[in-house]
Design a protein around this ligand. Sequence first.
Ligand code: DX5
Ligand code: ZN
Length: 215
Amino acid sequence: MSIKVAPSLLSADFSCLAQEIKKVERAGADMLHIDIMDGHFVPNLTIGPVVVKYIRKCTKLPLDVHLMIENPQEFVDAFVNAGSDMLTAHIETIPGSKLQALSSKLKRKGIKFGISLNPGTPIAKIKPALKYADFILVMSVNPGFSGQNFIPGAITKIKELSAIYKGDIAVDGGINNLTAKGVIAAGANILAAGSYIFGAKNTREAIERIRNAGK
Ligand code: DX5
Ligand code: ZN
């Protein structure tokens, strides 16, 4: 599977977001990872649909919107209307009874549905949901902040997942040229990275280093 790199805007300079987006777009990003936090599911706050709507206007890249919020089903329409191409919700926040409806709704609208799990959540918890997902996002840090260290347990989890799931496997948190190697070998093919890409002097080189880390 080809490796896709998703710069996470959480590490961008929000005072000049359009320029930051253009920078990663020109440097070869495959999609933009946008972190939505509500201060409840995670101990931080970020942005809502209003900002996503304006991000949509300044790039052609697919918008990979990562919802780290309680009751994600209540906000799905707003993020769909704002222009998301991929929408990820956490298994810890989606009531089992809502999964099927959520997945069918997104399918009808042509949006990819991702289901994510935190470092503390075992693969067993996500098994019944695999049939509803277009991709699974394995968190390799406890969500809330960029710039945290990669949690090595994510490698075992990706391996375990790739043995039973043939869709795309995304990974998010602490990804750099070194940690990328291990997650790609384990079976991940979409790599979100914030501080490594936005903190790099040469953005294109940083993206390519992640993309080619498994070669
Ligand atoms: C963490 C976010 C990540 C974060 C990644 O809660 O979901 O997308 O921005 O940042 P780095 O790559 O710096 O760990
Ligand atoms: Zn994220």
